[in-house]
Design a protein around this ligand. Structure first.
Ligand SMILES: Cc1cc2nc3c(=O)[nH]c(=O)nc-3n(C[C@H](O)[C@H](O)[C@H](O)COP(=O)(O)OP(=O)(O)OC[C@H]3O[C@@H](n4cnc5c(N)ncnc54)[C@H](O)[C@@H]3O)c2cc1C
Length: 429
C-alpha cells in the first residue's frame, strides 16, 4: 500500500527529519563533549543534527578522509552517467556552519572506563558520549580462491565508492563484443539490499548502447531480493528478461546460484549450477560491521553491533551509540537513508541524556530508489517503530506499483536524482 504524503510528513517530523537547518552559533559553555567516529552518512548526519538538538555541546568528528564519496549513485559513476566529483562531499559546512571540530585521523581504540578514544597519529580525546558509525567491511576468504588481493585487483566489489568503482568501470568497458559480465551477489545482511540489482540493470543498459551482444549473469545465494517483482518486470520491459535473448540472467540459490570457489587467473566462477567463465567479474562478498567496531569490542557473534533500538546505545558498552550499517536494526535495511534516520534518533537521544531528559519514542524511515535504466526508476518506502526493543515495519509501506504508464518509472527516476542531491545536503550541508 503506498504511503500517503500526510503519513510520510508525520513520520518525518517524528523522526526529526524536518528540523530547520539554520546557521548555528558555536557552542557556548561546557555542556558535554560528544565524539563521533566515522564521517560517512551516519556520522556526518549525527554531527549536524546533534548540533541542532544541543547547541551548547562540544562536538568532535573523527574521519580519516578529508572528503567523503557516497556509495549512493556510485553505480551511475561506474556506467559513466556521473563523475566521482558528483558523489564527493566535504566537511566544510559541518565545520563552518555547525561549529563541529573535524579531525582527519583514524580511531584505533578506546578506554571505556576513562572515556577516552585513541587516535592513530597519537593523542587521546576525552568524551562524555561516543557515537560510532564505522560502516561495513568485507569478509574475504568465504570461498576458495577469493581473498583480499583478488578483491583489490581482479574481482572488485565496488561496495565502497572510489578506486573500486573506477576499476569496475574499466573492466566493464573492456568486455569484448558478445562477452559476459558476471556478478556474484552477497548473502543477507549486507549494505544496500537493492544495490546489486540496480548495478546489474545499469550494466545491461550500458551494453545495450555500447556492446549489444554482451550479457549480464547474476549468481545469487538468495531466492528473492528487495523490489524483485518491479525489478523483474522492468528487466522484461527493457532487457528481454524471460526470453531467449535476455540480456540479464539471474541464477538464484534454488537454481544453483551459490558460489563454491573461484579461479581468478582463469576468470571462472564455480557455482552449484556449474562453471561460469566471464570477461569481467564483480564479486560482492559477505559483509560485517566495520573493523573499528570489532576493535572497540562492540560486536556480537554475528559480526554486527547490538544496540538499544530506542537510543542506539550499545548493549555492550555504556555511553557508546552505534548507528548505520554496523548496527543491528532488525527490519531496517542497511542503507544510507536508514543510517541518516538512525543518526537523527541517536543525536536526539544523546542530547536528551546529556541534559538529563529521558529520550522519547522514535519513528524512523527508509526510502530506497533504484534505477533500472536512466529513465526507469523504482522505489520502496518504509516507516519503522520500536516494539519490545525490536524495530518493526509499519504496514503502511510502499513499493513502486507496476502500471502501464511510462510516466510512473520516469518520474521515479527523476525523484531519485533529486533525492540524492537533497539527501546529501541533509547529511553534509
Ligand atoms: C552501490 C551502492 C549503492 C548505494 N545506494 C544507496 C542509495 O541509493 N540509497 C541509500 O540509502 N543507500 C545506498 N547505499 C548504502 C549506503 O552507502 C550505506 O548504507 C551508508 O553509507 C551507511 O552509512 P554508515 O555511516 O553506516 O557508513 P559509511 O557511510 O560507510 O561511513 C563509515 C565511515 O567511517 C569511517 N571510518 C571507518 N573506520 C574508521 C576509524 N577507525 N576511524 C575513523 N573513521 C573510520 C570511514 O572512513 C567512513 O567514512 C548504497 C551502497 C552501495 C554499495
Amino acid at each position: 500500500m503506498p504511503i500517503s504524503r500526510r503519513e510520510l510528513l508525520k513520520a518525518l517530523a517524528a523522526a526529526g527529519a524536518l528540523l530547520p537547518t539554520a546557521t548555528l552559533a558555536k557552542p557556548r559553555g561546557r555542556a558535554g563533549h560528544v565524539v563521533i567516529i566515522g564521517g560517512g552518512i551516519g556520522g556526518a548526519t549525527a554531527a549536524k543534527y546533534l548540533r541542532l538538538a544541543a547547541p551548547a555541546v562540544r562536538i568532535t568528528l573523527i574521519e580519516p578522509g578529508n572528503r567523503f564519496l557516497t556509495c549512493l549513485r556510485s553505480n551511475d559513476v561506474m556506467v559513466g552517467h556521473m563523475k566521482l566529483d558528483d558523489i564527493t562531499f566535504t566537511y566544510d559546512a559541518l565545520r563552518s556552519r555547525y561549529g563541529i571540530e573535524v579531525i582527519h585521523d583514524r580511531c584505533i581504540g578506546f578506554d571505556p572506563k576513562r572515556k577516552t578514544v585513541q587516535l592513530d597519529r597519537g593523542g587521546k580525546l576525552g568524551y562524555d558520549k561516543l557515537i560510532v558509525s564505522p560502516g561495513i567491511d568485507m569478509i574475504h576468504g568465504d570461498v576458495e580462491g577469493y581473498n583480499r588481493e583478488v578483491a583489490e585487483s581482479v574481482m572488485p566489489h565496488g561496495w565502497k565508492a572510489g578506486a573500486q568503482t573506477l576499476l569496475l568501470k574499466k573492466q566493464l568497458e573492456a568486455v569484448p563484443a558478445g562477452g559476459t559480465w558476471l556478478m556474484v551477489a552477497p548473502p543477507l545482511p549486507y549494505r544496500c539490499p537493492p544495490g546489486p540489482y540496480e548495478r546489474a540493470s545499469l550494466v545491461a543498459e550500458w551494453f545495450q548502447r555500447h556492446n549489444p551482444t554482451a550479457k549480464v549473469v547474476i549468481l545469487d545465494p538468495k531466492d528473492a531480493f528487495t523490489k524483485d517483482v518491479p525489478f523483474r518486470k522492468a528487466w522484461e520491459r527493457l532487457y528481454g528478461y524471460n526470453t531467449p535473448n535476455s540480456m540479464i540472467e539471474w541464477i538464484p540459490a534454488a537454481q544453483g546460484g551459490k558460489v563454491l570457489r573461484v579461479d581468478a587467473a582463469a576468470g571462472i566462477v564455480h557455482a552449484q549450477a556449474g562453471a561460469f567463465r566471464a570477461d569481467a567479474i564483480n564479486y560482492i562478498p559477505p559483509q560485517r560491521a566495520g573493523t573499528l567496531a570489532f576493535r572497540l569490542g562492540l560486536t556480537n557473534r554475528d559480526g554486527w553491533c547490538p544496540v538499544n533500538r530506542r537510543t542506539f546505545e550499545s548493549e555492550v558498552v555504556r555511553d557508546v551509540h552505534v548507528i548505520g550499517d554496523a548496527s543491528v536494526a532488525d527490519a531496517m535495511p542497511k542503507s544510507g537513508y536508514s543510517a541518516n534516520s538512525q543518526a537523527k534518533v541517536a543525536a536526539q537521544a544523546v542530547a536528551d541524556m546529556l541534559a538529563g531528559r529521558t529520550p522519547g519514542e522514535p519513528a524512523m524511515i527508509n526510502v530506497c530508489y533504484s534505477l533500472v535504466s536512466q529513465d526507469y526508476g523504482i522505489s520502496i518506502a518504509d516507516i519503522f517503530k520500536v516494539v519490545d526493543n525490536r524495530i518493526i515495519k509499519l504496514p503502511a509501506s510502499g513499493v513502486s506499483p507496476i502500471t502501464d504508464s511510462p510516466a510512473q518509472p520516469l518520474l521515479e527516476a527523476i525523484y531519485q536524482r533529486n533525492w540524492h542531491r537533497t539527501f546529501a545536503n541533509d547529511c553534509f550541508a
